[in-house]
Write a protein that binds this ligand. Sequence first.
Ligand SMILES: *[C@@H]1O[C@H](CO)[C@@H](O)[C@H](O)[C@H]1NC(C)=O
Ligand SMILES: *[C@@H]1O[C@H](CO)[C@@H](O)[C@H](O)[C@H]1NC(C)=O
Ligand SMILES: *[C@@H]1O[C@H](CO)[C@@H](O)[C@H](O)[C@H]1NC(C)=O
Length: 494
Amino acid sequence: MSSFKARLALLKALLVHIPLLLKTTLLHGIQMSPVKGKQDLRTELTVAILRSFMNTRAPLGKTQRDGIRDPGVKGPMWISKVTLPQPENDVRDAVLHAIESLKTGDETYDIPEAVPVEGEWTGYRAGAGKHTKEPDLSEEEKYLKLREESPSDMTILYFHGGAYLIDIEISLLDPCSHRVPVAHLSRLTGAPAFSVRYRLAPQNPFPAALVDALTAYLSLVHPPEGSLHKPVPANKIILAGDSAGGNLSLVLLQTLLTLDRTNRTVRFHGKDVAIELPAGVATVSPWCDITRSMPSCSKNAWLDYLGASPTPSDDTPFETIPFIPDDVWPTTPPRADIFCNSTILGHPLVSPLAAPAELWKNAPPIWISMGEEGLADEGIIVGRRFHEAGVPIVAELYEGMPHCHGMLLLDTPVSHEFFKGFSEFCRDAVAGRVKSAGTLTWRSFKLRSTKEIPIEKACEVSDEEARSLMKKSADWRLKTEIEMQKEWHAKARL
Ligand SMILES: *[C@@H]1O[C@H](CO)[C@@H](O)[C@H](O)[C@H]1NC(C)=O
Ligand SMILES: *[C@@H]1O[C@H](CO)[C@@H](O)[C@H](O)[C@H]1NC(C)=O
Ligand SMILES: *[C@@H]1O[C@H](CO)[C@@H](O)[C@H](O)[C@H]1NC(C)=O
């Protein structure tokens, strides 16, 4: 064993100067990969590449602009771009009402306007090859083609994730980058998907994206004049999203539940509309804790490209996100967090992990799919709370797989299994036949076996511990933010 270790150490030292991929491939080939038995070569390489990208310092504004550049539509999909007209500011006020109802202290946040919301209808286009360009048709004609090929009465309201990620093939900041997996989901369900281009942070902090999400949801149920689509009954809508988009689906759901609980109607394009709940919520590696303080964030970092999160310590201030300063970051006044003021990090509409079980009562069925990733604990705990609240849950975890693996490593057996579960859930939820086993399905490496673990036993972190870890982390960030602001005010006075 010790000679094995020595050999490994020597090998690693020798390999330092060989490019990353070669090194990963080589170690994998000789069965000395650190993730042996957990990841195959393609997964390991993908994780290695993404991890090195994540560790590259870049200006945030540029990353964002690169991420939202439209590469053009090609391949087996119909894309019809639309802009949902700006609603009354009551949509914003309804969100503020929900925030205030769930507040626990002195949370502060910005007050955005309700704005027009861009998005794209996404559907499968049969007979088109991988590189087939889209035909020269109007957005309306493309929408009609899309509906012909996606005849289901279900509609998927899709929220992309990818907070700040750059990928080599796809950039993950915008509906454009999610077209391939979303069109695939549409193919499997026969349902059109509406992918929302919500406002991004840091320019648009909490709750701007949530206001856009509510605008999109209400627009599906109550189409504003001039819409391409017909009204979609709420119980035919599935909210879906990956990563930060999984969070947005959950916080939109919590907003709807809160409005419903408090009988708040919304003035929407000239009508007072009551809140109706969607048929189900399907989340992929949902980001539920903005402070990233659950133990899996460091415990599973060796398998994931999302690195270990910083741990609170009394003497070191929270290290703010290491972007090269540019026109969008740091913000004015400076914040410690990209998405919101640090006073509100522990609010249920910012971190769904902060919502106790009773807040999920009456929720429609939920699907949570994860890898053995940094965000695994928070996904499982949120699933556990839904279950406690009596909500049907379907939860699964793929051994060794990183964040959002099913959408990243397309066309693998694991990804096929992932999409099968995803689309089955959507169909079952709309048909009102989701069977909740109350378990987490653990799928082992290469799908060799599965294990059903009762959801309440699937994560060791208790509710109490989760709360205290989040609080510690949020307080640590807030302390830094207060320091940053003092400095900023002092400079501003000069
Ligand atoms: C937080 O929110 C308030 C709005 O209440 C805003 O004025 C303030 O500057 C924000 N930013 C920080 C870092 O506190
Ligand atoms: C909401 O309406 C229902 C039925 O009309 C009523 O029973 C309930 O008390 C109301 N809740 C609130 C918070 O006003
Ligand atoms: C969840 O969504 C809200 C609303 O867009 C956002 O402000 C918040 O930062 C998100 N939280 C996480 C954990 O992504």
